[in-house]
Design a binder for this molecule. Sequence first.
Ligand code: HAM
Length: 401
Amino acid sequence: MKDILPHEFGVYQHIIDVAYNISQRYGYRNLSTPILEYAQVFDRTLGPTSDIISKEMYCFNTKGGDLVTLRPEFTSSIMRCAISHFTHNLPLKAFSYGPLFRYDRPQLGRQRQFHQINFEYIGTDGAFRDAEIIKLAQDILSELGVLCIVRLEINSLGCTKSRALYQQKLKEYFINYSTSLSEDSLKRIENNPLRILDSKSPKDIEIVANAPTIDSCYTYESKMYFEQVLAYLELLKVQYQINHKIVRGLDYYCHTAFEYITDALGAQSAILGGGRYDGLSKIMSGPDMPSIGFAAGIERLALIVKYEQKKRRPIILIPISEEYINHCIVCLDQLRNRNLYTEAYTNGKVSKRMEVAIKNNAKYIIFIGQDEVNSNKFKVKDLDAKSESDVTIEEFLQKVL
Ligand code: HAM
């Protein structure tokens, strides 16, 4: 878990601003859920064999005896919120951002507290919606200037029937390798063989390379749905690569699953991931609400987004002796009220204060002394033009605003 220092904040805010601006084009509204939720919001939804549930949740008992969790993702929280507030007002298009918590081994691009921008489109189905939200993701990456170093990988996890068939086929395949698979994957053969496809263990990667792929198990409807999504992506000029090994780490996905991958970040190559989750509402005892969404890691994006934070240049007020400090404070307030970044340097030799102002990249220095107070005209030094003038505050404001 890291501090975000002022010089790092600019790019974080830029990513959020870009996501927010694009969310407005697509009719999303901001939604913020609590960082702390009852543990069951995630227990019941992410799947017992997912990494998050099996080892990454920050759970604890409150004084009142409730088991609570620091949210590891947005989707389940937003679905909980949608079931409480929006079932009669669908679809819900929700844009969120904020901190999330996963207890995993930290490395470049992976923190235990990290931040996401997150989009959920709840209560909507049809292949166009899948393509539309992928286009939204792409618009953000394009606006952030990183589209050239990422690629979209897409898969369909099919309907429940396709997945059940595929699980069976994978079990039969992996059982032949029970002496060679990693320990983690061995445990998954029975309860979630799909997750073996995600394994990073070198032992497993070779075996996975020849595993059957899900397209061999699609029902006719699942195949058609996927083909339609791809056709809409082509219509929207979104380039993609089909990767049947993308299963995503969470159990709630069906049909479309996608990730934007970069080669610029080593092992943590996924900067954005999402998919359709039509069954999640029912798992949470809600009504039928087919949905789709995605999230991108702000820290990971920040590592690849080129952004130079503009340094605002201050106006510096210098009272030339202590008796003018009150006058200086009034001027300071006046300029700040007009939204101008203004500081007052009140201590030390005037020449020293001027040096500090120049060092801090000031644009103007305004001196306040007897003549200025008497005439109500201030000596203003323009550090760019290297000129001086005597002007009233109103004249100065006219010049700079
Ligand atoms: P996810 O793939 O777990 O999906 O996370 C989405 C993105 O969050 C990742 O691609 C990555 O950029 C970032 N991320 C995840 N874990 C970390 C970490 N420990 N440190 C830094 N960045 C991280 C979800 O969270 C789904 N809820 C996305 C979704 C929304 N699906 C449907 N709607």
